[in-house]
Design a binder for this molecule. Sequence first.
Ligand SMILES: Cc1ncc(COP(=O)(O)O)c(C=O)c1O
Length: 366
Amino acid sequence: MRINVTRSSMPTIEEYVSEISDIWDSHWLTNMGEKHNALEKELESFLNVPHVSLYTNGHLALENIITALDMKKGGEIITTPFTFASTTHAIVRTGFSPIFCDINPENYTIDVEKIEELITDKTVAIIPVHVYGNMCDVEKIERIASAYNLKVIYDSAHAFGVKYKGVSSACFGDATMYSFHATKVFNTIEGGAVCYHQDNLVRKLNDLRDFGIRSEEDVGYIGGNAKMNEFQAAMGLCNLRHFNEEIEKRRNVVLHYRERLRERIGIKLCNPQEDVEPNYAYFPVVFDKYKYSRDEIYRILKENGIGARKYFYPLTNSFSCYSDLKSAGIEKTPIAAYIAEKVLTLPLYADLNIKDVDIICDLILS
Ligand SMILES: Cc1ncc(COP(=O)(O)O)c(C=O)c1O
């Protein structure tokens, strides 16, 4: 038996072939073709946000929005280390310094009570992460950002389709980045997007993804190549049609996990958040003083052909590539360090069989 931690959702082969068949008429494979532009429009309407700029992946979407906001180079950006490498790398690769804020122990997003003490005269922005699809405290973050005149970019790689008080996660801060990687609740194979309100960012974000080319005779920015191609966009158009179904199936899996694992001593689940419509992206479990450690559970599952993931371990502020960074070091983020040692995300995808959820839970509980 083999159960992977995730399994990409795909349309039927017939639906995908039908979606891509007109590419054989147009011979237009990339560079903002019809599928690409159609997906941007559909996402604007689905997410109820004025602007969506598509990218070839979420990481380059994040790098490009950091660049597009014209913040003072060398400035400090407050973020959390309890995230995928991408968040911290994007900050460093665009010429900024990451300053690591701890997370809160309830939903593992940025601890908003600890942001202000990290603000200096060099701080230019906050990049909070809606980790596992849990929404950050967007209201408090907005108050801090406006008091100190800081930009806010949400790493919302996990939070596509999540709403807070009925408002899409695409609508908070100066911009929101999504990942449409194969493992996400909505995928375009590889892919990503920046969502935003400001009209004056459209041109820049769109030029930056195409080498900064403004027109046939002018290159206005030192951009790279971050364009989404037509086959990726076609996958997105198909998957978007089935998004509600995807969420419903994931919901059933999560409810079953909850039923089996709730109220067990030493097993901590994330509580559903008030006012949040979730997307059931991940199922993190913290093993804290349970009869087995996180690493033992990981091993037991692995020996039985089940792939759980130590997500997020290690913390980005302990990566060897950041050993020279003054702000690095897990001692500065003790809650994140504690959770990273104890958390495991269990297999979760739309077609995960309830019987398999039972097998996983039996192994954990036995
Ligand atoms: C929190 C977070 N940020 C950024 C990314 C980068 O997205 P992508 O893989 O689409 O480049 C990911 C991807 O998994 C992620 O989990």
